[in-house]
Ligand binder design. Structure first.
Ligand SMILES: Cc1cc2nc3c(=O)[nH]c(=O)nc-3n(C[C@H](O)[C@H](O)[C@H](O)COP(=O)(O)O)c2cc1C
Length: 204
């Protein structure tokens, strides 16, 4: 599989879901193989359970639902996360997916006294956050910088994956449908080109 699109939004008619479908369609149009993981529809449980904690502490093994997600990511070269910005970050459902799935032993190897090993170096990650606010406000409040620190560096690069691109959709609740449609077409084609190996620069 070329790409796995992970989407976190409870409304199938939302802009976020539309962006996820458009991106998957654009990748298919370039001949890529793509799977969509709709975390809400699939009822992924984002709660960090006792079993997850045991694993983090070096005991037991990963729960079956976590292993299933890891296998799905293992089949992809590109991981594309599509989500609405909630409180300058990602929704709890997606954050819980990362907390539970990107664990020691699979995403990285941390053993006290040994060298830290990043294990996702075969994966390229693309982020598509959909935000109600505008770009000027994000810049002024340092949201882009926070996003780079917490998500690009703190999660993606921490595990050794390559940051492919981050493309914000801004003013999601206020821009005209036509403007948003044009933006979504451009961003989905741009990501599809990157996934197909036709472009490499990081967009913002
Ligand atoms: C709980 C919650 C928190 C939100 N926090 C932010 C935020 O921090 N920054 C922002 O720009 N928009 C924020 N929004 C607005 C959403 O990002 C926006 O409504 C969404 O992107 C619209 O796309 P959708 O149709 O896919 O839901 C928030 C919305 C909700 C429901």
């Amino acid at each position: 599989m070329t790409a796995l699109v992970v989407v976190s939004h409870s409304d199938p008619d939302s802009l976020t879901q539309h962006v996820a479908r458009a991106t998957a369609d654009a990748i298919r149009a370039t001949g890529g193989e793509v799977d969509i993981a709709d975390l809400g529809v699939e009822n992924f449980d984002p709660r960090f359970s006792e079993a997850d904690l045991d694993l983090f502490r070096g005991n037991g093994s990963a729960p079956a639902d976590v292993v299933a997600e890891q296998k799905r990511i293992d089949r992809a070269e590109h991981l594309i996360l599509v989500f609405p910005m909630y409180w300058w970050s990602m929704p709890a459902l997606l954050k819980g997916w990362i907390d539970r799935v990107f664990v020691s032993g699979w995403a990285y190897e941390f053993t006290p006294g040994s060298e830290f090993v990043k294990k996702l170096d075969r994966l390229t990650v693309h982020l598509i956050p959909v935000a109600g606010d505008d770009a000027e406000s994000f810049e002024r409040h340092g949201v882009y910088e926070a996003f780079r620190t917490q998500i690009e560096r703190g999660i993606v690069e921490y595990c050794g994956a390559t940051m492919g691109s981050t493309t914000f959709v801004h003013e999601s609740d206020t821009k005209s449908r036509d403007t948003l449609a044009a933006e979504i077409r451009d961003l989905s084609e741009s990501i599809a080109a990157r996934v197909a190996g036709l472009a490499s620069a990081v967009a913002r």
